[in-house]
Design a protein. Structure first.
Length: 211
């Protein structure tokens, strides 16, 4: 365990992936500074930020001069470098399932649920209904797979919350900003029950964006 000092997380409170990293820090009880970086600002992120993330995406992270980008790398480091409850199972197979869930969220669910459905419905003018329908289909497959993978207990991997839950919660939270998301989630009772628990979690509440 690395003796913790206050790390810096670079990003914006509107970002799903910044929220994943923030929830992880909150679960570990680690104090941190959120350094504002708006990738949608006119002209893009400031030039200095490219030293932290060469592709200009968010989040990026720094701890005692050690820098990381990519959310999965950040959250795994935070779990291993800071005191607090472990967020990764020790069992190799359970850890593999956790990483599989994180991978499917990154590869399929995030783009479909957040951009193809929620953002398109909220900001499309007019909305692209074919894109929304395709996104909903991927979201439905995702929820079906997650329902099948979920172990008995409150959380995706059983009785202990893990990085898989923290990776999924902000994606689902954004998806539920639109009626299609709320309607679809309700058809998967196991995942709807999981959502009720994770959305009441202190780390989720603490990272909710002020309206």
């Amino acid at each position: 365990m690395i003796e913790p000092s206050k790390p810096a997380l670079y990003g914006a409170d509107y970002s799903v992936y910044v929220r994943i990293a923030r929830m992880t820090l909150e679960e570990k009880g680690a104090a941190y500074e959120l350094v504002p970086v708006d990738v949608f600002a006119e002209g893009g992120p400031p030039d200095w930020y490219l030293e932290h993330h060469p592709f200009g995406r968010i989040p990026a992270f720094e701890h005692d001069g050690f820098r990381l980008f990519e959310t999965g790398a950040i959250t795994r480091y935070v779990d291993e470098a800071f005191d607090g409850p472990a967020l990764q199972p020790k069992d190799a197979r359970a850890r593999a399932v956790m990483n599989q869930i994180i991978g499917l969220i990154d590869s399929y669910a995030y783009r479909a649920a957040v951009w193809d459905v929620a953002v398109e419905r909220l900001e499309g003018n007019p909305a692209n209904e074919k894109r929304i329908a395709a996104g909903l289909n991927v979201a439905k497959i995702t929820l079906s797979v997650l329902s099948a993978l979920k172990l008995p207990g409150d959380w995706l991997l059983g009785d202990t919350i893990s990085l898989a839950d923290l990776h999924l919660a902000p994606v689902v939270g954004y998806f539920l900003n639109v009626e299609e998301g709320r309607t679809l989630l309700a058809t998967f009772p196991t995942m709807a029950d999981w959502w009720a628990r994770v959305s009441a979690r202190a780390s989720f509440i603490a990272t909710t964006r002020a309206s």
